[in-house]
Design a protein around this ligand. Sequence first.
Ligand code: ADP
Ligand code: MG
Ligand code: MG
Length: 874
Amino acid sequence: MAHKWVYMFKEGDMNKNLLGGKGANLCDMTKLGLPIPQGFIVTTEACTEYYNNDKNLSKDIIDQIKSSLTQLEEISGKKFGDTQNPLLVSVRSGARISMPGMMDTVLNLGLTDVSVEGLAKKTGNPRFAYDSYRRFIQMFSDVVMELPKSRFEVIIDELKEKKGVKLDTELDADDLKEMVVKFKEFYKKELGKDFPQDPETQLLEAVQAVFRSWMNSRAIAYRRMNDIPSDWGTAVNVQMMVFGNMGETSGTGVAFTRNPSTGEKLIYGEYLINAQGEDVVAGVRTPQPISHLEQDMPEVYKEFMAIANKLEDHYRDMQDMEFTVEDTKLYFLQTRNGKRTAASALKIAVELVKEGMITEKEAVLRVEPKQLDQLLHPTFDVTALKQAKTIGKGLPASPGAATGKVYFTAEDAKAAAARGEAVILTRLETSPEDIEGMHASKGILTVRGGMTSHAAVVARGMGTCCVSGCGEIKINEHDKSFTLDGKTYKEGDYISLDGSTGNIYGEQLKTVEAEISGDFEKFMKWADEYRTMKVRTNADTPADAAKAVEFGAEGIGLCRTEHMFFEEDRIKKVRKMIVAKEVEERKAALKELLPLQKGDFIGIYEAMGERPVTVRLLDPPLHEFLPTDKADIEEIAKEIGETYESLQATIDSLHEFNPMMGHRGCRLSVSYPEIADMQARAIIEAAIEVKKSKGYNIVPEIMIPLVGDKKELEYVKDIIVAAADDVIAKSGIELKYLVGTMIEIPRAALLADQIAEEAAFFSFGTNDLTQMTFGFSRDDAGKFLEDYYARGVYESDPFARLDQTGVGQLIEIAVEKGRKTRPDIKLGICGEHGGDPSTIEFCQKVGLNYVSCSPFRVPIARLAAAQAAITQSK
Ligand code: ADP
Ligand code: MG
Ligand code: MG
């Protein structure tokens, strides 16, 4: 039998990989006996096949689509293109994971000059028939032919003017008939061919357009932001149309079984009477809250509620549903596990456990680790908030507090954010084109649109604060300004948004740090029960260390010592140390630095208690510390009794062409052993002092960076051991310490068995390891990697998401070889990747003991590690 490319709804199951999320759920709901307009699914495999086949539908696929269509005609009792009772369908995309607003839907397909008459006759409503036809021409032109919908608006406006009316609804059947003629003329003029009058051609064109939309730039950008592989492809759902635009007893809406912002267990949503499809989401008219349906159509409301509850019980999760009422008959068009804010996700997970619907273990898997980020960021300072005056109020579309400068286009927002500004993107309404600008913004403010408008849905998904639908705003996108509460705000002016109340403030407002409590705390406890890897933090100051401990860090995986060198009171001493011509001079300068470094470590040890602390010796190339300013150079020259010219010459001699691969890391200690000596003393003296004062039993972990050879490590280690043992002996106190290394040079990974002879621990420095493995500089790669994404060469940034196939292989080699030499070797990761959930999953797989990440990512890492432990133990 030929391969099966097309499934009727009643044939399919919950195989989302094959049928897409939307399609799988439609099949499942059909099985549950719910009122689903029937249809069929062209699979994701067909999408892949389409791309493999040079963007052509194979004969097999076409044949199967046609025979499914025949079946659908039988089920519906209608016929495609019929003059009496025409079948109309929607063509909807559906990837495995929902990508809201990324792909476009075509409604009312099957309408032609002939079948529109059939529809008019059958419904007795020519106005409705021609309105559907003109909408279809617009959607088909837009989605399939890339002739934007908006180009047709001119024609609509002309017609309205001619008739002397303001609203679309004031146009009658004859006007709409005329509109259809004009639309088709325009179509022909722009595209050089007639609007297709064969429904089958329309359908096959639309199916291909959905497949093509998988590769549009919006979809590519969305996938990159969400780590979705491009080879998944999308399915296409072809579904019999039902009509929410047939009059006052019809309507369409969207609803959630629980509140997606707060998690509150209360049906939440909105609908529009006499409307179709996108009308609700597009924010053209302001919709009614779902509770209102109880008055509008009590019977429908009852049935709706019963099905909503049934769906939640069935999927054991909060549902996001789309429905349409056609002349008092209710249909469900979609359900899926609803997207939600982090706060809502936690509340729902905790409550579902309470309700006995899911176990704690399942709950742990229900929250997206990256989302927790939303809860770890600031809210408005309460006193500042009390004193602030609201200048307006919109809908609380996505929670959080944002303060920043106003920008009016996605591009301007993106550019300002790149300059380091905090941005509030302000738009009449947002559209999928704005996605990158929205991503770059701290907050989003729209004039139009409800709680389920594009802006609201996308902002909640991103965890970005959003206030939508503030109709009092008079926006002037052209002048880049808006007026609210009698005052005009121009591009670059500060405003603040409270996404939890919808309040807008015309000023910059102070924000405060977040804390872990309530549901969050309870949930994290569950996660920790399943977690097997430790989570440490990268912290260089006592304040960061304390914050990280609050967030649940179990140690420091990377304490960089160079940051301490940059501080105001030290940099001069550091510079003297670097430019010293004689060893004695250098030692003298280091002696001045020692007490300061020691002080730093004391602060950190005190913040960390007995938790392990890994301190890395000085890492960056020395010239990074040197002055470039003439006045600064002159000042130091004077202090060390040299001429300006001679000091400048020393500084010039330190210049490197390729500093990232130059004189840095352990190479510094090979040239200047006294640096390692000083740092080791500071680390050990501080530990002894805190042991004495606080009684903490500290075991410092001294980490040597950038090692590529065992001898190199041995050389530096000997210096450290000599210094440390000297300090310990003199103190008369017992203290254990470890010396280990970073694995961040490919050679070190390959020779890890030898290196492990000298190293008590390995910490994978995946930033450098990525840089050195790929052979591109992380300071420069950003510029050209954009081209790689645009051209589909790479899908994600290897500095953000570990390249598991290449760099990951080096890690696996090092783990295996390291353990062979030293079975109890401690293994961790301290690069940027340590806080990335997909990398954490990898770390669990290769058996690392811990991951280490920045303080704000500690809870994310805890959850990701728990999920990895759960899924990998299955
Ligand atoms: P998205 O993935 O962007 O939500 P959908 O495929 O769900 O796109 O389609 C958007 C909207 O179009 C739906 O919410 C629904 O209102 C309308 N729609 C889709 N198919 C049909 C249909 N067969 N009958 C009536 N309305 C439909
Ligand atoms: Mg939908
Ligand atoms: Mg490094």
